[in-house]
Unconditional design. Structure first.
Length: 136
């Protein structure tokens, strides 16, 4: 889902090569971990297959940014003495806070909603009418 250009906003190309030890497979596996982590927050309410299979301009830019942040967090975690982890930790915490708010319904990003089926009817609203007073 992510391209090298998506990382260029957050980290320069040389730093990315250094942190992934010039092995794109490390970035790919870290990205797969980050996608699974994000899906765990988004699965119940959103169509995660559509979200993470989108490409180009069809992608939600907040998802791209937070996916890149979480991917870099996983890549930086393996560095000796956790070099550069302060910024990565801050951005990772911001990403997980955003995901928690989306999962809780406090933030409604423009993402494809999960289809409801008979097995999964979606949200259930409950409540009652205001009480009546029968004083004649």
């Amino acid at each position: 889902m992510l391209t090298i250009e998506d990382f260029n906003v957050i980290i320069d190309d040389i730093q990315l090569k250094v942190v992934q030890n010039c092995e794109p497979s490390l970035r790919s596996s870290s990205e797969a971990m980050a996608i699974d982590q994000m899906k765990s927050y988004l699965n119940g309410r959103f169509n995660t297959d559509a979200i993470f299979s989108a490409s180009g301009a069809q992608r939600n830019q907040a998802i791209v940014m937070y996916l890149a942040d979480i991917t870099l967090y996983h890549l930086f975690a393996k560095l000796p003495q956790r070099m550069g982890m302060e910024v990565r930790q801050l951005r990772y915490d911001a990403a997980t806070r955003w995901l928690e708010q989306v999962a809780g319904g406090k933030i409604m990003p423009n993402l494809p909603v999960a289809a409801t089926t008979d097995d999964n009817p979606g949200s259930i609203m409950y409540g009652s009418d205001s009480p009546n007073s029968y004083n004649w």
